[in-house]
Design a protein around this ligand. Structure first.
Ligand SMILES: Nc1ncnc2c1ncn2[C@@H]1O[C@H](COP(=O)(O)OP(=O)(O)OP(=O)(O)O)[C@@H](O)[C@H]1O
Length: 343
């Protein structure tokens, strides 16, 4: 049974003014998030990601469709039962949303106070959480005394206070610099691995997906246009939107002016050689070309790390006669896709 099963969910808002057309923020979305997944949802601004998250944690009602959490249909629950389900869902935000007038300790304790956890138990739990996120020495500090990364770690500790089985992260690293982003993503990966929490990561940054998401869904205009294992979507995106996101991370062939410029200064024909980690490697590709005796050089691309797996996308310029080039490329072997760049 999926941990979160989203079935044909639609959310429509009335237009902002009376005469405006209704907005379909989420449009017939179906997704299965399995227990233990780090599930990424990526899309540009306005794609419907935040709305989808608000529907999953019951902050807003769906217009139609069904959402099951642990097999329980949550869209029709009475308020008291819904509150209980929501205690099993932690949430972190782009702007951290900490209470400025409370210390770090009191921020993390807050969700436990709300559910009436006794003081001693609360204290022990908060200490444990602050150790887990590496902020035991900041317990008595106030949020504004902390860096952005530290504040988000407090946010994560607070989200985990009631021991949720699901953590929803809405653009949780978008306000952070790259180094701090890595730190926070490492922490989220630990939350998933060590505490077994299922994580849904909402982002517009493909490198966040590449770093931690095991699965990804690409959203556009309220719809999921592509989804699958992260590595598969990166190595074989099937929609233009997914390809655009992938290009922000993997060093694919330049297009437009950059490609025209490359052509102008590069003699010979251009080929893109893609390989996954199933047998091929950069060394094998270059070795095969060298052995075939064609004159080639690498003009663009490289080898990327997607979820700890290798993905190579190399663009080479090759000179020589047609038959020799064809024989050289054919000799590279299995697990490699060669495409001539004709644009
Ligand atoms: N409360 C609301 N009332 C009316 N329209 C809304 C409301 N909330 C969201 N929308 C609209 O729904 C669409 C999806 O918005 P949503 O915030 O879910 O997208 P998003 O992908 O999360 O983008 P962002 O990252 O910019 O928040 C947008 O067109 C937005 O204007």
């Amino acid at each position: 049974m999926p941990h979160i099963a989203i079935r044909d969910v639609t959310k429509t808002y009335p237009g902002r003014r009376r005469r405006d057309a209704a907005v379909t923020a989420v449009d017939s979305v179906s997704l299965d998030v399995e227990r233990g997944d780090v599930f990424g949802v990526i899309g540009y601004s306005g794609a419907g990601k935040s709305t989808l998250v608000r529907l999953v944690n019951g902050l807003e009602p769906v217009s139609s469709g069904s959402i099951e959490i642990d097999g329980v249909e949550v869209t029709t629950l009475a308020p008291a039962a819904l509150r209980e389900v929501r205690q099993g869902i932690g949430m972190i935000f782009q702007r951290f949303n900490l209470l400025r007038s409370r210390t770090v300790r009191a921020n993390v304790a807050y969700p436990l106070e709300v559910v009436g956890t006794p003081r001693a138990e609360r204290r022990a739990r908060v200490d444990e959480l602050l150790r887990f996120v590496g902020l035991a020495d900041k317990a008595d500090a106030y949020p504004e005394q902390l860096s952005g990364g530290q504040q988000q770690r407090v946010g994560i500790a607070r989200a985990l206070a009631a021991s949720p089985s699901i953590l929803l992260a809405d653009e949780a690293t978008s306000a952070l610099d790259p180094e701090t982003t890595d730190e926070v993503l490492d922490l989220l990966a630990r939350v998933n691995r060590e505490l077994g929490v299922t994580i849904v990561v909402i982002t517009h940054e493909m490198d966040v997906i590449a770093r931690i998401a095991t699965k990804v869904a690409v959203m556009e205009q309220g719809r999921v246009v592509e989804s699958g294992a992260t590595y598969d979507v990166f190595t074989n995106p099937t929609t233009e939107t997914a390809r655009r996101f992938v290009r922000t991370v993997v060093r694919a062939l330049p297009d437009g002016d950059a490609l025209a410029e490359l052509r102008a200064r590069t003699p010979g024909r251009l080929f893109t050689i893609a390989f996954t980690d199933e047998g091929a490697s950069e060394a094998r590709v270059f070795g095969a070309l060298a052995r075939a005796g064609v004159d080639f050089h690498l003009v663009h691309g490289g080898v990327d790390d997607i979820q700890g797996r290798v993905y190579g996308l190399l663009t080479i310029a090759v000179e020589g006669d047609d038959a020799a080039i064809r024989a050289a490329l054919a000799g590279i072997g299995a697990g490699v896709t060669v495409t001539e760049v004709t644009a």
